[in-house]
Design a protein around this ligand. Sequence first.
Ligand SMILES: Cc1cc2nc3c(=O)[nH]c(=O)nc-3n(C[C@H](O)[C@H](O)[C@H](O)COP(=O)(O)OP(=O)(O)OC[C@H]3O[C@@H](n4cnc5c(N)ncnc54)[C@H](O)[C@@H]3O)c2cc1C
Length: 396
Amino acid sequence: MNSFRFDHVIVGAGIIGLSTAFELLTRDVPAASIAVIDPAPVSGATRAAGGMLAPVAEIQYKQEPLYPLMVESGALFPEMLRRLSGYTSQETGYRTESTFVVAADRADATHLMELTDHQHDHSLHVQRLPLRHARAAEPALNPQLAGVVHIPGDHQINPSMYSATLLQVLRQTGVSLIDDTVTHLDCTFDEEGAVRHCHRVESDSAYFEVGASVYMCNGLGTSSVTGWYPAKELSPLKLRPVRGDMIRLRVAEGQEPPVGRVIRAFVEDRPVYIIPRTDSTIAIGATSREDMRTAPAVDGVFALLRDAIRIVPALEECEIIEITTGDRPGTPDDLPYLGLAGDNLVISTGYFRHGILLSALGAHAGADLGITGKTDFHISACDPYRHCDQRRKDLP
Ligand SMILES: Cc1cc2nc3c(=O)[nH]c(=O)nc-3n(C[C@H](O)[C@H](O)[C@H](O)COP(=O)(O)OP(=O)(O)OC[C@H]3O[C@@H](n4cnc5c(N)ncnc54)[C@H](O)[C@@H]3O)c2cc1C
């Protein structure tokens, strides 16, 4: 087996691992001391994601601990992207037009107004908008819609472009990007059996001695890496795949995209969103299903297209480029697992439906923990051990 030594070893090159590596880099951690290990970078949830940076529209009832994290992370993006633009002129697909959320019928309008009240109760910025004002801004909206709200602060980024740009910057600055699968962490444990320190990362073909910290940013793969808990079924992380189908369209040659901002909708209580990209393509998403179909599901894709066309009829004239399915790394309470195990093992996974939005906060807090062992971000609700009774290695 080959053996290497790095100060900072990041497992996983999805949006969380890449952003964390970039954050370390911009805190003057030498690029040569950082390794990112992944057999297939950007092959997980990040590849399929919509990329909405939507701390307001995305809130769901009874997930209050998540709201401030989403707002805080959304606010970190402009500065993070400003730093990224210091390294490259490559695009990220970041767009700051506001978002419209629309209701297809009267029942959907009631739902939308109740949600708006809930957003107001949490001091989130949402405005009800007369349909004629919405159609003045977006003439392709169906004139029969039953309600519209305007969310000025919900933006978007293109996850494929953004991750490609992060990868390019990491590569060009000399961060080691290693194509390999991590299998095991060599850790020491205290007398109570709790993990104390991770000193070596093992992959299919090499050992990586760790000078400073290890960052577990490998989404659904995190529970399969052994060594920091007793056995697979005893992983403290309760991760599960929540599938999502996404459709990509392009407008026919010579035509303009029918909408100029993210349009989210409720159609007979089903959510759908339409995202116009900087490259003139359009993404329509997303289903949410926990079934065995790993490829795009016919019923879900059919419903997405039908509902999106009901909201913006001109979408009918577009061409389909691709349909993808990704697995969100789901957790029981929708909150990520973000915190320390021992003194140098950063767990940063389980970002579920909001990983693109939360990647900025995840990267900042992860880098804080890896460099100093603490962070000022209020992430106690994200404790990686919150779904198990004990931190001990030896207890069943
Ligand atoms: C259809 C869909 C739409 C979405 N839309 C949005 C949205 O609009 N806004 C939003 O904020 N979020 C959205 N999400 C959620 C978001 O995509 C995820 O939360 C986020 O991508 C998680 O990123 P990650 O880096 O943790 O995981 P992933 O992107 O899954 O990356 C994990 C990486 O780890 C690697 N890996 C796994 N095991 C190992 C191992 N043992 N060793 C080394 N590497 C390993 C994998 O190869 C992979 O590259 C959406 C998700 C889906 C599926």
